[in-house]
Write a protein that binds this ligand. Structure first.
Ligand code: ADP
Length: 231
């Protein structure tokens, strides 16, 4: 089986005021289609850096990263953006929605970049919003919605392109317990019913417990991987 994501000896250093910060110091892991993985670790341990690399939002300092078997280093920035758009969906802690654009248009946006026609974009965006229980909020703007609803719009936007992998960086971090539980139930369902791999960063043990595999990161290294046999 081709891994959905695979990284080998990945490092990422930042230069800050003449000082080098080694945020990732040699990380190897493989994530297969349909896995549900939680990345856990203290603040500053490199979780966001790793997520940005897994999501092809950034390039490593050294090491290899393959998305769906394709070696990232071989791709131009344009090709990388295309691969990302087709393969990976993102959910962020702070939603990253266009506040004054309807839920429907927010969700349809990734399909614009794929050249999907307007009628099909709207039909697929509606279906995605219905699948997260927001079929009655199509015309609402995020600024008129609760945090939980906004995160569900963001999930609909992430899944409208039918990605193989959903990456979520602290998806419940800005939500109360009830809304957080609802978001996790949706992620569980997407993983179970559609076989979408889900990789999330969290510092909440009850969120991490939803995942079948936990990866503990500390000081830029993987300290423990409960799914290590698969790596
Ligand atoms: P986490 O998500 O676990 O909190 P990060 O990946 O954000 O950790 O950060 C890992 C380390 O890299 C930290 O020491 C952080 O200060 C540093 N870092 C992250 N982003 C940058 C950046 N753009 N420039 C310089 N240092 C950074």
């Amino acid at each position: 089986m081709t891994p959905a994501l695979q990284v080998v000896d990945l490092t990422r250093s930042y230069q800050l005021d003449g000082v080098t910060v080694d945020a990732l110091r040699g990380v190897s892991l493989r994530i297969d289609p349909g896995e549900f993985v939680a990345i856990i670790g203290p603040s500053g341990s490199g979780k966001s850096t790793l997520m940005h690399l897994l999501g092809c939002l950034d390039r490593p300092t050294s090491g290899a990263l393959r998305v769906n078997g394709v070696e990232m280093a071989r791709l131009s920035d344009t090709q990388l953006a295309e691969l990302r758009n087709e393969t990976i969906g993102f959910v962020f802690q702070s939603f990253h929605l266009l506040g004054r654009t309807s839920a429907l248009d927010n969700v349809a946006l990734p399909l614009v970049y794929r050249g999907v026609g307007r009628a099909e974009r709207r039909a697929r965006a509606r279906a995605a919003l219905e699948s997260v229980g927001l079929g009655h909020r199509l015309g609402h703007r995020p600024s008129q919605m609760s945090g939980g609803e906004q995160q569900r719009v963001a999930i609909a936007r992430a899944l409208v392109g039918e990605p193989r992998v959903l990456l979520a960086d602290e998806p419940t971090g800005n939500l109360d317990t009830r809304n957080g539980a609802e978001v996790m139930a949706i992620l569980d369902r997407l993983n179970g019913e559609r076989g979408m791999a889900v990789v999330l960063v969290t510092h909440e043990p009850e969120v991490a417990a939803h995942a079948r595999r936990q990866i503990h990161v500390r000081d830029g290294l993987i300290e423990l991987d409960t799914g290590e046999a698969a790596a």
